[in-house]
Design a protein around this ligand. Structure first.
Ligand SMILES: [Zn+2]
Length: 227
């Protein structure tokens, strides 16, 4: 009994190693960011550039993953758009909340993970109209947080309100932990969360400008409910 258990484990390990070689899966631990938390923030009002991310229909090796929580509430959504293998025309999904009667809209972690990147210092000219303040700050994502979920899988929470981000690089998150508040920073037309599911072969460098994912996927594929 024990022997067959070991045998199964060793077969799985071998398959994982082969996949890692074939697909370039990151050969690193999921708690890297907890072990390497400093520097915690990249905070500047400088504008930045980041290449448009490539759309994909699945993770390399058809790696399975699912979201445990929907990252925010909304009054309407704007869907992910992109053709696999080409630069995405909309790299994530938008949760738009344009009702001023709700002054604070929390943004929460979609699944268990560790905070990999935190960008703050991006201003907004208003909450519910075309942002005219440093639209390219944070490479257009404005204030944003990236959470690492292991196996190269990340989520990005963008356009967060100034002063609302309390998450720090290395923070361990469970689904539902607050990342920040919905805002209108960066390339944004009204208060909304731009939410991305991405894959990256390498670690994010927390002290550097915003980094693109190698691949972005439609977040709605990983939700247990249809929005
Ligand atoms: Zn968006």
């Amino acid at each position: 009994m024990t022997r067959s258990g070991f045998r199964t484990a060793s077969v799985r390990l071998t398959a994982a190693a082969i996949m890692a070689i074939m697909f370039g899966w990151p050969a690193f631990a999921s708690d890297y960011y907890a072990d390497n938390p400093a520097p915690a923030f990249h905070s500047t009002t400088l504008q930045e550039k980041s290449p448009v991310q490539t759309a994909a229909s699945a993770f390399p090796g058809n790696l399975k993953w699912r979201m445990e929580e929907i990252p925010s509430i909304m009054t309407y959504k704007v869907a992910f758009a992109g053709t696999p293998g080409k630069p995405a025309s909309h790299e994530g999904m938008d949760f738009v909340h344009n009702k001023a009667a709700v002054p604070h809209v929390p943004v929460i972690a979609a699944a268990r993970g560790t905070v990999a990147y935190v960008r703050t210092g991006c201003p907004q000219s208003s909450m519910f109209a075309h942002n005219t303040s440093l639209r390219e700050a944070g490479a257009g994502w404005g204030n944003h947080v990236v959470v690492y979920h292991g196996n190269g899988i990340y989520t990005r929470y963008a356009h967060l309100a100034p002063g609302s981000v309390k998450a720090k690089v290395g923070d361990k998150m469970v689904a539902g932990d607050v990342v920040g508040e919905m805002g209108n920073t960066g390339r944004s037309e009204t208060r909304h969360l731009h939410f991305e599911v991405g894959y990256n072969k390498t670690y994010f460098v927390a002290s550097k400008p915003s980094q693109s994912f190698d691949l972005v996927l439609d977040p709605e594929k990983f939700m247990s409910v249809k929005l």
